[in-house]
Design a protein around this ligand. Sequence first.
Ligand code: KG4
Ligand code: ZN
Length: 334
Amino acid sequence: MKDVYIMGIETSCDETSISIVKNGNEEIATTVLTQMDTHALYGGVVPEIASRMHTENITMVLEDVLSKTDITMERIDAIAVSYAPGLLGSLLVGVEFAKVLSLVYQKPLIATHHIAGHIYANNLVKKLEFPLLAVVVSGGHTELVLMKGDYQFKVLGTTVDDAIGECFDKVARVLGLPYPGGPNVEKLALMGKPTYQLPKPMDNDELNFSFSGLKSAVINLNHNESQKGNEVRKEDLACSFQHVSFDQIIRKTKMAIERYDIKRVIVAGGVSASKFLRAEMEKLCEDMKVDLTIPPMKYCTDNATMIAAAAYPQYLNHDFAGLDLQARSSSYFF
Ligand code: KG4
Ligand code: ZN
């Protein structure tokens, strides 16, 4: 079969990224332009600024990625774009840009889900073999997903309230840490010990998750100690919070492995950048003799390589979108 080159476009939050991937698993060239330093000035992503910056930068990102390879626009087989979920204004820039490329160069358009992207980032490390358990941990998702084949998703457990990344970002604010929250909580936690008693969420045999009670517990503890004039040992609180939140992920993953006789686990989403979670997952999967894949850091944070990788099974399936494709801020994928 002839090689398939897919161009992926990702603009769902504060990264403008374009990538070319061969046959769904070989990265040819990628450019990621992050707006992180700009949003850090405001303590979080400002949607208006994010979409304006995507608009200003996306053409330059395209030129940059093309300058890294001999593959020309004419050789590209399809244009894939992250169309949901994310910030609507940001997604729109990518979607409209992808439509223009599709029309001008007469290439099929593929609407790829951002979370499918995070899952298929693993295919860039090792070809996905089914059945597998995907542990999805991101800013908006916390799910245990059983996959029996490409794009066959069965949710075994999900969060009943907040997503884990969202919880890390809220706790970071309470601790007075700058944006982006998750990595800064992890940095602070490295200097502390898990000395604070925090409630263990979902301490039952369900595969669902909960993070809002834990978030409130951190907020209340911080508030009560300050009211009493006691010093809050922020590094210990960050460390305690990190332990309890990842303990929940590990406990539920273990339960799912046992219940569904899982032999392969993959981890997906921005929170998989956590070195603490990576180490705990490695320990668990080693103990349970389960094959584990976690994408390298560059594929954990938002990037277009994962979008082009996730679009490959869609391409093979002729799952193409029309020029009436709409960006969607929220979408139930699974
Ligand atoms: O997957 P992602 O880019 O967002 C969505 O697609 O929803 O993940 C971003 C999330 C943010 O909430 C961020 O704080 C979190 O991932 N994150 C981390 C770490 N690095 C990123 N959370 C905990 N520890 C980290 N090291
Ligand atoms: Zn993401």
